[in-house]
Each structure stands twice: as structure tokens, then as C-alpha cells.
Ligand binder design. Structure first.
Ligand code: 13P
Length: 250
């Protein structure tokens, strides 16, 4: 299958069940004739509610994290088995807020990636550099390390269920977007890394989303870049009025 545009909303730690149901219902209506692929990722507490709303629609259900083990004594964690039970199809892993606020390292993220893939989930693996890493000229080094280590032990077969999201940390929630050219350069580089690891064909097929202050005003310019295949949207995904124009960009 060739590449398609994949627009995802990461709701982060927002919304009660009632608010989540309302937004999900409104998106189902607004996007039912949408031309791209869609996903929304509510908090764990809202997954069951939103699952019922998006079932049998063109919107996939995503979780924002999972535990690195199937079950056991892991107070406060949520297992892939529990996510499957709720109808979750996709798990976002390695988000910069997990890496930097909750100190998840590449090894832990890799363990989660492999477990999620083993259980048949699609994985959105997030990568991206901090501002100081960009200023130190380390963008490629950081993105390569996070990609290679995040995918360690992932077979070529399993890679078909992996999406990469390039989210420069300095662009998240700040209103500063990478220019389409800056983002494109990193996307092209990451695709090259995938090519080296899995071959040209896999590199051509893998979906690479951009994330970091995506809004209606910049979505089309970003998506026009050859190697940008979609968006992982935070703040603008919390309202129908701001998410739908991104999701329906042309
Ligand atoms: P913002 O769109 O709020 O910058 O967040 C991006 C993000 O972190 C999505 O995962």
C-alpha cells in the first residue's frame, strides 16, 4: 500500500468522559466523508466512552501510552491487554512528554514498542530533539538514535504497523512550528535511516507524521512536503473547529 495522509489528535490530559464523548461524536460527523486517515487518542479514562462513539467509523482509537509488561505488579500502569479490551487500535509511544517529564528512555520505549506490536497494535513512535540539541547541531544524531533504538528488534513485517511522528520538542505547545523546509529535511533523513535498517521499499512506505503546533494555517504547507505524511496534533485537536480544518486540509 502506498503512503496516505494520516491526521491524529493527541488529547493529552484533557477532557472528562462527557466532554470526550461530545468531541468524538462531533468529529465522527464532521469527518465521515474525510479523504484522509484519522485517529484520536483520549486519556485512558475516556477510552471506553470514545471507543463506543468511533466504533465502525473512519476514526481510529489510540491510547497515549502503555506499560512495558502484559500484566503484574505495576501500580498505576495500563496494559496492552486492557487496551485491546477497550477497542484501542493504536498506541502512541515515546512522546516527548513521556521522555522528558517522565524520564522514559529508549530502552523502555523499545520494550513497549515490541510488546504493542506483538499484540497487533499500530504504534506511533514519537521522536524529536530538544531546542538545545537543535542549537548544538544534533538534530540528526538524536532522531537517528531514537529511531534506531526505538525499533531495535522490530522485524520488517512488524514495521508495517509502525508510524513515526517527528515532533521537535521546542515546537510542542509553544506556537512555534518548524518551517515546512526544516521539518522536511528531518523527515527525509528519518526515511533514509529506515531505508538503511529495512530497505528502500519499507522506507518508501512508512508514514512519517509531523507534530508541533500544527494548526489550520500551516497544515497544508507542511503536508505539501514530499516526506511529510500527516500530523500528530495536540492543542488544536481539542476542538472540532480547530481540528477539522487540519483533518480536511487539501
Ligand atoms: P501541539 O500541537 O499542542 O504543539 O502538540 C503536539 C504534540 O505533542 C502532539 O503529540
Amino acid at each position: 500500500m502506498s503512503r496516505y495522509y494520516y491526521i491524529a489528535g493527541n488529547w493529552k490530559m484533557h477532557k472528562t468522559r462527557e466532554q470526550a464523548a461530545e468531541l468524538a461524536q462531533s468529529l465522527v460527523t464532521a469527518l465521515k466523508d474525510g479523504k484522509h486517515e484519522y485517529l484520536i487518542a483520549p486519556s485512558f479514562t475516556c477510552l471506553e466512552t470514545v471507543s463506543a462513539v468511533v466504533q465502525d467509523t473512519n476514526i481510529r482509537l489510540g491510547a497515549q501510552n502503555c506499560a512495558p509488561e502484559e500484566e503484574g505488579a505495576h501500580t498505576g500502569e495500563v496494559s496492552v491487554l486492557q487496551l485491546k479490551d477497550l477497542g484501542v487500535q493504536t498506541i502512541i509511544l515515546g512522546h516527548s512528554e513521556r521522555r522528558h517529564i517522565y524520564k522514559e528512555d529508549d530502552a523502555l520505549i523499545n520494550k513497549k514498542v515490541k510488546l504493542a506490536l506483538k499484540h497487533g497494535f499500530e504504534v506511533i513512535l514519537c521522536i524529536g530533539e530538544l531546542l538545545e540539541e537543535r542549537e548544538a547541531g544534533k538534530v540528526e544524531e538524536v532522531c537517528e538514535r531514537q529511531t534506531v533504538k526505538g525499533l531495535e528488534g522490530v522485524s520488517a513485517d512488524a514495521l508495517s504497523n509502525v508510524v513515526i511522528a517527528y515532533e521537535p520538542v521546542w515546537a510542542i505547545g509553544t506556537g512555534k512550528t518548524a518551517t515546512p523546509q526544516d521539518a522536511e529535511a528531518v523527515h527525509a533523513f528519518v526515511r533514509k535511516v529506515i531505508g538503511r535498517l529495512y530497505g528502500e521499499d519499507a522506507a518508501k512506505k512508512i508514514i512519517i507524521q509531523y507534530g508541533g503546533s500544527v494548526k489550520a494555517e500551516n497544515a497544508a504547507q507542511l503536508m505539501a512536503m514530499e516526506n511529510i505524511d500527516g500530523a500528530l496534533v495536540g492543542g488544536a485537536s481539542l476542538k472540532t473547529d480547530t481540528f477539522v480544518p487540519i483533518a480536511k486540509f487539501s
